[in-house]
Ligand binder design. Sequence first.
Ligand code: PLP
Length: 273
Amino acid sequence: MTVQVLVNGKPGHEISVFDRGLQYGDGLFETLKIVQGRALFWDRHMDRLERGCERLGLSSLPRNALWQEAEPLVQNLARGVLKLIVTRGEGERGYQPPQQAQGTRIWVVQAAPAYPPTNAQEGVRIRFCETRLGHNPRLAGIKHLNRLEQVLARAEWDDPEIAEGLMLDGQDNVIEGVMSNLFVVSRGHLLTPDLSQCGVAGVIREWVLETVAKLGMVCRECPVSQAMVNTAEELFLTNSLMGIWPVRQLEAHPLAVGPVTRRLQKALEEVYG
Ligand SMILES: Cc1ncc(COP(=O)(O)O)c(C=O)c1O
C-alpha cells in the first residue's frame, strides 16, 4: 500500500529543519492499529497523548478534531498502522521552549507489520539487552520522541528468530521490551514492572491491568528482577500492533504458553472483533 502522510492537515512529506521534534525530540507519538477503518483503543491512545502533552507543556488539537483529520485516511483501510506525531513545532536556536509555539502534527498511514501468526499462537523467542533504561520520573510512562535507548537496544541483534529484547534499568530491574510491555506469572502471581521511573505505559498494558480485574484476577505493578523473569511460569509481551505475544523461550530457557496468557489473548481477540 502507498504510505499516506498529512502535515498540519495537508498532504505532504515536509517539515521545517527547525522543528523541535527533529532538533530535540521535543514531542510525542502514538501508534495505532487500524482494523476495518477503526482505530483500536483510540481513547486510550488519546488519554496517553493528553497526559504527555500536559507533562511536556505541549498543545494539541482536541481528540475529536484529530479524529476528523485521521478518519478519511483510514476509513477504507481493512488493516494498517496509523501513527500520530505531535511536536512543539518550530523554534529559535536553543532548548528554551518558545512562548508562542505553533505545534506540528504529522499523520502517517502505513501497512500493518507482517508479523508471523505463530508469534501470537506459539510464542516468541526473546533475549536480554545490554542497553539500560535511564531513570527519569518526569518522562516515565509517556510516549515521547526520545527513543535512542530503544534504537541502541534494537541494534544489539539481527537474528530474525529473536522477536524482542528485554530492557533493564541501572538497578537491574526488568522494565519492558524494546517495543513492548512485559507481564510475568511468578509463583502463581501475575506481575508487571513498575514504570514510575522509566518505560512506556502501554495502551495494551493498561487494558490488561483493567481486564484482569474484570476477570477476577489480580495483577501487581512492582519491581521485577531478572531472577523472577528467569524462573517465571509464564511471560507475555503486549503492544498495540502485536496484541499479546506469549514468550516460548528467553535466552536458552524454554517456557510453556500458560493459561493466564491464553485467557487474556482470548479477551483481547474479542475486543479486536
Ligand atoms: C518502548 C515501548 N514500550 C511499550 C510499548 C507498548 O505500548 P502500546 O501498548 O501503547 O503499543 C511500546 C509501543 O510501541 C514501546 O515502544
